[in-house]
Ligand binder design. Structure first.
Ligand code: PMV
Length: 349
């Protein structure tokens, strides 16, 4: 980088991710109670643009899909205010932020991971431009992951393509509670072009926000057992991602999804986010797998929609199965075709 800048714009596009091992329960300042691992998506992205200029009197402005959104604006203003220890320059600049999603509104796809990771990446690029110094690539992404985590835990994993792990574990020496690390270079080729069909059972807003959800784990009667289970699943999942054993992959992934919902169901207060159609779909997916031997499995976020994961080589058998057997249980028959993505992209300004 040749010279430092005083004003400018930076822009990043960053993906949503789907957790295979779930982060559910946090401690301290956005630290996870257990390690998690996720797959970053390709088509479900947030594009964020950050414009900065030396301090004027105006507060931060935020536009989502071209419109003012006070609730997001408040959340982002608070997030940025708390970052002054990590970006000393921030108090000297006035920021305008705009963002848009490539996935349709209200489809139940978690957008905080893509939104917060793209914003964190923009802030790191702004830091580089102001200093006029380019960071070492690994350090750049580590800082972006750390910052994204402060906005939304799962966002820490979205700064990497492929698979990313977040949360300390004895089974992965590079792991940390503070930031996520990429896991892709260790994965078996069978995961190379993994598909994710997002089956939309309901696009209604979540009944439980994830921050309220994490809080449910604070006095949960099964918390200790859950964190032990997640640690074991994490270790097994790392092994499976290396070995390519799809049977074990599916077993662990589905168990994680149902454990997450089990924990929500027996929390106080209790939440049942699965809908009758979610259960119908689960039964049909399992019996299709049993009957056909196609390695296809499901996972769930904190909502009723199903992520159906399978290797691309099975697409010709899975897509007709979705269309003929599953789509009748989906809202307007709709599903989103996604797959493993390569991670965030800086957009040239
Ligand atoms: O990042 P948060 O605070 O929105 O929490 C995400 C929680 C889950 O999506 C349910 C699981 C996960 O690890 O992504």
């Amino acid at each position: 980088m040749k010279n430092n800048k005083n004003s400018g714009s930076v822009s990043w596009e960053s993906p949503s991710n789907i957790a295979l091992i779930k982060y559910w329960g946090k401690k301290g300042n956005q630290l996870p109670c257990n390690p998690s691992i996720s797959m970053s998506l390709k088509n479900s992205l947030t594009r964020t643009k950050l414009t900065y200029k030396p301090n004027g009197k105006e507060p931060l402005s935020f536009l989502f899909e071209g419109k003012k959104q006070s609730s997001f604006e408040q959340r982002i203003t608070k997030f940025i205010k708390n970052l002054s220890d990590h970006f000393k320059f921030l108090t000297d600049y006035q920021l305008s932020i705009s963002s848009e999603n490539t996935f349709p509104h209200s489809t139940g796809i978690a957008s905080s991971a893509s939104a917060m990771s793209s914003l964190a990446l923009c802030l790191c690029s702004m830091e580089e431009e102001i200093a006029g110094v380019k960071m070492v690539e690994d350090e750049f992404y580590r800082k972006a992951s750390f910052i994204a985590r402060l906005g939304s835990g799962s966002a820490s994993r979205s700064v990497y393509g492929g698979f990313a792990a977040w949360g300390e574990s004895n089974s992965f020496s590079k792991s940390s509670d503070e930031y996520a690390v990429p896991f892709s270079k260790y994965t078996h080729p069978v995961f190379q072009d993994f598909q994710d069909a997002i089956l939309l059972v309901s696009s209604k807003k979540k009944e439980v926000s994830s921050s309220a959800g994490h809080q449910l784990m604070e006095n949960h009667p099964y918390a200790t057992a859950r964190f032990a289970q997640a640690n074991k699943h994490f270790e097994r999942m790392l092994g499976v991602l290396r070995s390519g054993d799809l049977e074990d992959f599916i077993e662990i992934m589905e168990n994680e999804a149902l454990s997450l919902h089990g924990l929500m169901m027996n929390s106080t207060p209790s939440f049942t986010l699965l809908k009758p159609n979610t259960l119908e779909l689960i039964e049909r997916i399992r019996s299709f797998r049993l009957g056909s031997n196609v390695p296809v499995g499901f996972t769930l976020d904190a909502g009723p929609n199903i992520h159906l994961l399978y290797p691309k080589s099975e697409k010709e058998r899975v897509v007709p199965f979705i269309d003929s057997e599953l789509s009748q249980f989906l809202e307007n028959g709709k599903y989103i075709v996604d797959e493993k993505g390569e991670g965030p992209q800086k957009i040239k300004m």
